[in-house]
Design a protein around this ligand. Sequence first.
Ligand code: AMP
Length: 366
Amino acid sequence: MLIGVLGGGQLGRMLALAGIPLGHRFRFLDPDPACPASAVGEVVAGAFDDAAAIDRFCDGLGAATYEFENVPVATVERVAARVRTAPSARSLAVAQDRIAEKEFFRSCGIRVQAFEAVSSEADLAGACGRVGVPAVLKTRRMGYDGKGQCVVRAPGDLARAWREVGGQPSIYEAFVDFDAELSVIAVRGADGDVRTYAPGVNVHRGGILRRTIVPAPGVAPAVVAEAEGAVRRALEALGHVGALAIEFFVTRDGLVANEMAPRVHNSGHWTIDGAVASQFENHVRAVAGEPLACADARGFSAMVNIIGAMPDRPAMLAVPGARLHDYGKSPRPGRKLAHVNVCAREARVRDAELAVVEALVERAGG
Ligand code: AMP
């Protein structure tokens, strides 16, 4: 089947790398003809709101999906009018708006922190009075990897925070004092079958994911079960088809949902080497309307992102259990260039190799 993907970044590239062995072919819509996915499929070069490019992208597709969360909802609707498209435009619309997302979580019985919508500096002062400090002010839309957000420690920070989000419609949310960050990814097939990946503990720096560890160290089985239950409820409520990721804060009182992504997720990259079938393969299967494969983890895994600068390549490739996934991008500060998966049958072997990999990444300044 020819599968169309809106977005040609590393997620699109990895979807194709998982789908080609199943006999599928891929086409991407991306403004950059040399995007990372150009190595693994045809690229229709065009803006995400270019109607002529969208129509060319749709010609002859068997199914379509998106790998980029900031694709306009109208674009997904236009594609869905011509080609079977998953996940739906509705899943995307909920995930694109932080307020809609938090209200959606609540409607599924998933706990969220106190928050308020803010659309003026006066609203911000009111929200601060009710929600309190510390808090985080984030733009409602188009935020990713910690961009478009600002921590408010005292009411005196409000004017600066409002400037930092560019005076855009925002969410003012209570700062969560968390023990860990946990994410869970599940894939729902067109037939309603759901496969859940083992949740991982994530470490962020500067708002960007640095590392994921699976199985989640130090997280009680009941908390893992709570995360798995939450993602299942969200999948069902949306009638979602494809991968869905939810990021949580682990607190003393249980899980607090931070955000969701209606797509394959960076915290699930370990599944390429550490699960029977990866998140990418199961997403492709769901989009193609085919049965899902087993999502069980194989042993102990870790994923380390390589950001901004590539580490010593021969040294990295010399670590026996480390698998390098290079996205073929030119280095730029803050840019995700690659990731390394370290998988082993024993946690202590995984941890020893992870230490070597992290030292190499650290040395490169990534
Ligand atoms: P986000 O863009 O919402 O994923 O935020 C990026 C990262 O900033 C999160 O993974 C957290 O590490 C941190 N963060 C965001 N919101 C909050 C919050 N309300 N309380 C504490 N930390 C937060």
